[in-house]
Design a protein around this ligand. Structure first.
Ligand code: HAM
Length: 423
């Protein structure tokens, strides 16, 4: 037997049974994002590696451990699969001079992202994000931060989720962030030898990362830190207060988590993460924040920006099992023999032309086995064309949930459509 080739580790096939749920999420997202004034943008799946190095941070895990680089013959910096959407959107914003076209660009994207992580439940190497980025000069307005956070919560609620928590924090300006790093270094210095090897390295290179470390000893040390808000300037404190007031006015519940710093380097001011209790260790459904310096750091104008991304696979993991059958066929047709199949085939095509989703058994097996096939498709109705029906010139419709049966004249596809369109 030749060896089977399997799907690459950390990736998944999305099988036909699961597609309705994906489509549901995509359709709901598009509707809500349009209501909030966002327009879709699509960027390539890979970019120059330097884009990610310069935006996400040379010391971030995503860059040091998870970038999936493409092998290139040339001596250039090479290309990498996109690990997230923000860097690409900012690259495109600058390249296409979107700042000249509109004062605030409200962009959204839906698509696959790639990170070379160690796969586990809720952590994949190819996963999908629904993300938004609001970019424009002078867009640092606390109400916009609140609107973006409210939008992420609205999306999750519209997908059918409610047991989630919004964690909120502020990093302040880039100089506040530098103060934050100094404060942490001061507090952590006496414990340096007790930190894991990774965190000892992070201490100099990017001390904020230590707050995210999953190592038990590091976590215990981090838990004892008293952070406060002394590292923030008065302006940053006022800005954060206003964001919170705006969130309250929008009825968005949140908790302030002073140790939330996020794993990517581009954030300034507001940061947030949404967790779900049912998810286990990879419990973030989504996350985001403000990144006021990124556009200028990548060679663009000095404009402010704020965004988030939700992870679709994690949303699906957190969703209750029901609604899985959504999007199944309206009708499955079974017919006694080849002569009757011809009539059944004609009805099938008439009904499809009228917008009914239906299918038929293409195998002339027994009626019983065709009925089993109908059961498997989970169609709402089955139409039977057997001997009895032929004699009477009718077809029988069976409601697969209630078992109720109705007969309709063989040529009356209008009546059939009315029955099938009834919910
Ligand atoms: P992130 O926190 O790296 O942020 O990812 C956002 C979400 O993507 C996570 O909360 C999670 O749901 C999902 N996700 C991330 N990695 C994986 C993975 N390996 N497997 C499955 N799901 C995953 C960003 O990507 C930022 N670009 C968000 C943002 C937009 N900030 C501002 N604008």
């Amino acid at each position: 037997m030749p060896e089977k080739i399997l799907v690459p580790r950390g990736t998944k096939d999305i099988l036909p049974d699961e597609i309705p749920r994906w489509l549901g999420i995509e359709t709901t997202s598009r509707k809500i994002l349009k209501n909030f004034g966002y327009k879709e943008i699509r960027t390539p799946f890979f970019e120059e590696t330097s884009l990610f190095k310069r935006s996400l941070g040379q010391t971030s895990d995503v860059v040091t451990k998870q970038l999936l680089e493409l092998v290139s013959q040339k001596e250039d910096g090479g290309f990498a699969l996109r690990p997230e959407g923000t860097a690409s959107i900012v690259r495109s914003y600058i390249e296409n001079s979107l700042d000249k076209k509109e004062s605030l660009s409200k962009l959204f994207y839906l698509g696959a992202m790639f990170r070379g992580e160690r796969p586990q439940k809720g952590r994949l190497r190819q996963f999908h994000q629904i993300g938004v980025e609001a970019i424009g000069p002078g867009s640092s307005f606390p109400y916009l931060d609140a609107e973006v956070i409210a939008l992420s919560a609205n999306l999750l609620r519209a997908f059918g989720l409610d047991n989630f928590t919004v964690h909120l924090n502020t990093l302040g300006t880039s100089s506040d962030k530098a103060n934050f790093s100094k404060l942490l270094q001061k507090q952590l210095k006496p414990q340096l030898r007790n930190l894991c090897e990774n965190c000892q390295d992070r201490f100099e290179r990017n001390v904020l990362r230590i707050l995210d470390c999953k190592n038990r000893e590091c976590k215990a040390i981090v838990d004892k830190l008293e952070i406060g808000d002394a590292y923030l300037s008065e302006e940053s404190k006022t800005y954060f207060e206003k964001v919170q007031e705006a969130l309250k006015s929008l009825n968005v519940a949140y908790v302030v988590s002073s140790k939330l710093v996020r794993g990517l380097d581009y954030y300034t001011h507001t940061v947030f993460e949404i967790t779900h209790s049912g998810l286990g260790s990879q419990d973030a459904l989504g996350a985001g924040g403000r990144y006021n310096d990124l556009v200028s750091q990548l060679g663009g104008p000095q404009v402010d920006a704020m965004g988030f991304a939700l992870g679709v696979e994690r949303i699906l993991l957190a969703l209750p099992e029901e609604a899985k059958d959504e999007g199944c066929l309206d009708l499955f047709i079974v017919s006694l023999d080849e002569a009757l199949f011809q009539k059944a085939f004609q009805i099938l095509n008439d009904l499809r032309a009228k917008g009914i989703s239906c299918d038929i058994s293409f195998r002339m097996s027994s009626m019983k086995s065709q009925m089993r096939q109908a059961d498997k498709t989970k169609a709402r109705y089955t139409m039977i064309l057997g001997e009895d029906e032929l004699k009477k010139g009718v077809v029988t419709f069976k409601n697969m949930k209630t078992g109720e049966q109705t007969q309709i004249k063989m040529d009356d596809t209008t009546k059939m459509t009315t029955l099938l369109l009834k919910q």
